[in-house]
Design a protein around this ligand. Structure first.
Ligand SMILES: Cc1cc2nc3c(=O)[nH]c(=O)nc-3n(C[C@H](O)[C@H](O)[C@H](O)COP(=O)(O)OP(=O)(O)OC[C@H]3O[C@@H](n4cnc5c(N)ncnc54)[C@H](O)[C@@H]3O)c2cc1C
Length: 475
């Protein structure tokens, strides 16, 4: 009888409450071994199947996970079935274990899975998801969800600091690596090969040349994620408050791709940051608070998405669905391809295309440019980011785009419009970032701006003024 673990966007071994729970069932003798399933299914992802860049990232991490689990005697099964359908057809299951999958469609599937387990007379165990605090428990005094970041973050700090889960899996991984396979016995190499073949058949690995640069930009695997965390907390974190606004420097953690699919948990990041903070208390300043604030923005994004699930595709403030966004296929294509003629915008869009990631400051600039200079809707931008970011995260992407467009909770007002020239001077003063991504920048033939920023700004402000008056009158 096996304990079945459903992994969704928590593709790791360590600090994995559900995996720990399943292993504990084996230790108690309730189950003989653990199987893990990963479901590539619309029932789980809803309208938000991962985009192409992230498909590659998931594929690579499933390979890593498959190898790691096999070494410990755990089979990873990839399937196109939903977890509930998989369970319905599976025999010899003792219990089902999963972490709260946090996203709306996946939570609906989790309910179906519990129902199926119940129908079969087996226990289903749900454990905390990849957040520092349960998003349902942070509420205003009236019990409502927050819409404004600062009070949300205050309430967040009032709560007890999150702990890492019991490190049973860590001890077991260690035991397994010393030759004790622990659970169902070693997985044969034939079974591992078959599992790899099944993974390939899912077709997550895009077959075009575009992924080659992604592969050279990012180190794959749980060990690589921990190396990155250690490198950041042993150096750049002490300069984070300034470094975070400099796309020309390596001043941010670049952990978002690992966090997005759960190769690393936010509890692990929090614990590492807390030890830096403890060391700093003994002398020397650090910027850990500024860094933690960013992790709390991530929590805020999930809080909003879970309480207002429609915001992934519609404005949080409903009147914004009447904003007169423009349709302009040529301008949208120039933006996507990094050919707007504004170096900071073009460098960001090329960084995105070539590395699957973009610096936060430049995400804000490119999003402002699309929604204000070009007056193209944030949904177009969010969809492009969704397809091309390896760190695509429905909660953070929705939050970021609605913030930039002015239609979200606690958003930047629409009338604040970034000037791409002054942003460039301020955040990339030597031009190192733009030159790195636009080799032809010094050529006279470099693209002329597709809009005049001053005129575009005026157009956006005029549209906003008309919109503001109309919405005020209506309501
Ligand atoms: C338009 C737009 C779209 C975005 N889309 C995404 C997305 O799809 N996925 C994603 O992970 N982030 C997104 N962000 C947020 C942010 O840009 C990235 O999290 C950050 O750039 C990741 O780099 P890092 O790991 O080096 O961040 P660091 O500066 O090292 O921050 C540490 C972690 O905190 C979290 N974080 C940081 N900034 C934010 C933020 N503004 N909102 C929410 N969480 C944050 C991330 O998990 C990040 O890994 C978006 C921002 C904007 C403006």
């Amino acid at each position: 009888m096996k304990a079945l673990v459903w992994m969704h966007r928590d593709l790791r071994q360590a600090d994995h409450p559900a995996l720990d729970g399943a292993l504990a069932a084996v230790e108690r003798g309730d189950a003989t071994h653990v199987d893990v399933i990963y479901a590539w299914s619309q029932a789980v992802y809803g309208n938000w199947m991962p985009g192409q860049a992230q498909q590659w990232w998931i594929h690579e991490h499933l390979k890593d996970l498959l190898r790691r689990l096999a070494r410990c005697g755990v089979r990873l099964v990839v399937t196109r079935q939903s977890p509930s359908a998989y369970l319905a057809a599976e025999t010899g299951v003792h219990s089902v274990h999963f972490n709260d999958p946090l996203l709306p469609a996946a939570r609906r599937e989790a309910k179906r899975l519990c129902k199926e387990a119940d129908r079969r007379g087996m226990a289903a165990f749900e454990y905390p998801g990849d957040l520092l605090h349960d998003p349902d428990e942070i509420r205003t005094g009236n019990g409502d969800p927050y819409r404004v970041f600062t009070p949300f973050s205050r309430r967040f700090h009032e709560r007890v600091a999150p702990e890492r889960c019991e490190p049973l899996a860590a001890a077991w991984i260690d035991g397994a690596s010393r030759g004790r396979t622990g659970t169902g016995g070693p997985i044969s190499s034939d079974d591992v090969c078959e599992a790899f073949a099944r993974l390939d058949r899912l077709g997550l690995h895009p077959r075009h040349a575009w992924v080659a640069p992604l592969a050279s930009a990012w180190a794959v695997g749980e060990a690589a994620a921990h190396d990155r965390l250690a490198a950041f907390t042993s150096g750049p974190i002490t300069q984070y408050a300034e470094g975070r606004d400099r796309p020309d420097e390596d001043g941010t953690s670049r952990l978002s791709p690992y966090l997005a699919i759960g190769v690393l948990s936010p509890r692990q990041v929090f614990a590492a940051v807390r030890s830096v903070r403890a060391a700093a208390a003994a002398g020397g300043a650090t910027d850990t608070e500024t860094y933690l604030r960013e992790l709390i923005w991530r929590e805020f994004g999930y809080h909003l998405l879970l309480h207002f699930p429609e915001t992934a595709s519609t404005p949080l403030r409903p009147e914004w669905s009447r904003f007169p966004w423009r349709e302009d296929a040529a301008a949208l294509a120039a933006w996507k391809q990094g050919r707007t003629g504004f170096p900071i915008v073009d460098a960001g869009m090329r960084q995105l295309w070539q590395s699957g990631w973009m610096h936060n400051r430049v995400r804000m600039i490119t999003a402002s440019f699309l929604t204000k200079d070009l007056m193209i809707s944030w949904q177009e931008g969010a969809a492009w980011f969704w397809d091309t970011l390896i760190d695509a995260d429905l909660a953070s992407n929705t939050l970021g785009w609605q913030w930039a467009a002015g239609s979200g909770a606690d958003a930047q007002p629409y009338f604040r419009i970034f000037n791409p020239e002054s942003q460039l001077k301020k955040h990339d003063p030597r031009g190192a970032y733009v030159r790195a991504w636009i080799p032809e920048l010094d050529d006279l033939s470099y693209a002329a701006p597709i809009v005049d920023h001053a005129a575009a700004r005026k157009r956006a402000l005029a549209a906003y003024e008309t919109f503001r008056k109309a919405t005020k009158k209506d309501g």
